[in-house]
Design a protein around this ligand. Structure first.
Ligand code: HAS
Length: 552
């Protein structure tokens, strides 16, 4: 299949997002390194810098900024590759959205660095940051909406020109993710605009804490699928091409994304199972819906195994597992993503434990949750993005992924895997042994912390070793990105990197899967059923609003 190089103007847009993503990545991982040293009392911060300021920067820059800018870089290049170059208006609005998102990011980051927003990435009230921090968050979301609607516009142009045809799988999945993101962000936009900003600027005296947290988690859980679904797009559409295979089932792939639109939003209370202000029935209902949102991930796991086995057998694999050996393990673009998938087995299993009402009592607000999200967003998502980076940057920069850089990439994948395994395992076990997620003191040599350490794996030293290896791996990755961007040899027509898109048979795919009105309608009904009464009760029986607290 001929290699489709997207328009230079679209490549620039995609590279701009990628550059912002990796700038946030390296600052965020540096903060992570500081954190492990502080936890081990190996580093004392200067008086103007405190632990939770560093942790807020770590969480915001990695979990929100790195992911979002990378995702839009991937969306822009993939939508241009599969639906054709952007028209001038779509490109203009994408750039406007990029600059609004960037402005919001810079504003929020300045507030964090100047010590006016040490409220962590979940910015729970009644901790109160400077009002400009919340303005920055609002701009960040609005900028992503502008880019999202611009991509929807591009998609609508394609559908008008291809009446009656199902859109390419990459485009379908991108639009599904954007729809999920737009609906999910409504929660955080409402609480930031109508609660946090007036409160932080002193226009109102208090804030309804329970309502603000519930609106945050209305957004907070689907946020994880905004991170995960672009990784799933890579798993469904890119990986089969990398192994020389094809999409196992177009219908299954599209249905799994529809199920995420339906079930990933009315589940936020599973982050609030220990909170007194929500009646048990609504927690139970949203826990049941949480178990529904697990289904599309299990479908994805099945689809991946089927894709690998079919291809491995085509290549001559025999016996129960002979097909495994036939997969292209020497291609780091594949191996990095396969390892990412493997991490999602314990990551997802941990999610199921978290969602179990009784077990959540054991793990909530402990270091277990920190371990959980390092092997969900920190590895399956992040390592999939790294695997995409290895070909996306040379594809966009017109350079080659040389053998020496491929070897370095394998070293980066191996170090990230080892570092994350050590750190996340220690965090899970420390959490089970009672280590809280947030503590007033930050050094683990505090006598209260001694009770949590047991054996080799569940202690802060293992966590620190893992975190240090991760930082070295991050540094290596940024070095590889720089090389691929500016210094690797220019590619010729023959050696140009391709944007891998697997063939997906749509002949038997039901067209109703692309009838967005139906699925958005069902999603709205589920959200209304799950949230209307409990949120109305939080407003009706609202206690006096809380004043703001600055604990730093
Ligand atoms: Fe989670 C807390 C429940 C998935 C991220 N989660 C968090 C927080 C974050 C986060 C950031 O119910 C902390 C928020 C905070 O700051 O407080 N989570 C779940 C459930 C799932 C889940 C049920 N989480 C994720 C993903 C994340 C993420 C994905 C980021 C990307 N999570 C919770 C709950 C809490 C929580 C509670 C609150 C805890 C508390 O009390 O605070 C599900 O979506 C998981 C389904 C996934 C699976 C795994 C399928 C496996 C696949 C790979 C197969 C491998 C293959 C290849 C094919 C069931 C798809 C390799 C094969 C080999 C053989 C090697």
């Amino acid at each position: 299949m001929e290699n489709v190089i997207i328009a230079k103007a679209d490549r620039k847009l995609s590279l701009a997002n990628l550059g912002f993503a990796y700038s946030a990545f390296i600052i965020g991982t540096l903060c992570g390194l500081l954190q492990v040293f502080i936890r081990n009392d190996a580093l004392r911060l200067p008086p103007w810098l405190d632990y939770y300021q560093v942790l807020t920067a770590h969480g915001v820059l990695l979990a929100l900024v790195f992911t979002t800018f990378f995702i839009f870089s991937f969306f822009h290049s993939g939508m241009s590759r599969t639906l054709g170059s952007f028209g001038p208006r779509v490109r203009l609005w994408n750039w406007i959205g990029f600059w609004v998102t960037s402005a919001g990011t810079i504003l929020a980051t300045v507030m964090i660095i100047t010590g006016q927003a040490s409220v962590l990435y979940t910015f729970y009230a009644p901790l109160m940051a400077h009002g400009l921090f919340y303005v920055g968050l609002a701009l960040f979301v609005v900028g992503t909406w502008i880019q999202g609607f611009a991509l929807i516009g591009h998609y609508r142009v394609w559908r008008k020109a291809n009446k009656g045809s199902l859109s390419p799988l990459f485009a379908f999945m991108t639009i599904a993710t954007i729809i999920l993101w737009i609906i999910a962000c409504l929660g955080v936009v409402v609480t930031v605009l109508f609660q946090f900003i007036p409160w932080a600027f002193g226009w109102v005296d208090g804030i309804n804490v329970e309502l603000s947290r519930s609106l945050f988690w209305y957004f907070g859980h689907p946020l994880v699928y905004f991170w995960l679904l672009p990784a799933y797009i890579a798993w469904y559409v890119i990986v089969p091409k990398l192994i020389g295979g094809r999409v196992f089932s177009d219908s299954l792939a599209r249905l799994s994304f529809i199920l995420f639109i339906l079930f990933s939003i009315p589940v936020g209370f599973h982050h609030q199972l220990t909170e007194p202000g929500i009646a048990s029935f609504w927690k139970f209902l949203q826990t049941v819906l949480t178990f529904m949102v697990i289904i599309p991930s299990l479908m994805t796991a099945f689809s991946m195994f089927a894709t690998f086995e079919l291809r491995g057998r085509e290549l001559g694999g025999t016996g129960l597992f002979g097909w495994v050996r036939k997969l292209p393990w020497k291609d780091v673009r594949f191996t990095s993503i396969f390892i990412a998938m493997a991490f999602f087995i314990p990551g997802g299993a941990g999610g199921i434990i978290n969602a179990s009402f009784q077990l959540n009592e054991v793990i909530h607000n402990t270091l277990w949750v920190v371990g959980h999200f390092h092997i969900t967003v920190g590895t399956p998502v992040a390592m999939t993005f790294f695997g995409l980076t290895f070909w996306l940057v040379p594809y966009l920069s017109g350079r080659t992924f040389t053998k020496p850089l491929q070897k370095l990439a394998f070293l980066q994948v191996a170090t990230w895997s080892v570092g994350m395994l050590l750190m996340s395992t220690a965090q899970h076990l420390l959490g089970l042994l009672g280590a809280p997620r947030r503590t007033a003191y930050t050094g683990y040599n505090h006598e209260a912390a001694q009770g949590w350490f047991e054996g080799l794996l569940s202690n802060h030293v293992t966590m620190a070793i893992g975190g240090s290896i991760l930082f070295l791996s991050a540094f290596l990755l940024v070095f590889i990105v720089i090389q691929l961007w500016w210094f690797a040899p220019k590619a010729s027509q023959e050696t140009a990197m391709e944007f891998p898109i697997a063939y997906s048979e749509t002949k038997r795919t039901p067209k109703v899967l692309e009838n967005w009105k139906i699925w958005i309608g069902v999603a709205v009904i589920l959200i209304a059923v799950a949230y209307t009464v409990p949120l109305a009760e939080m407003i009706q029986h609202a206690p006096n609003g809380s004043q703001g607290f600055k604990t730093w």
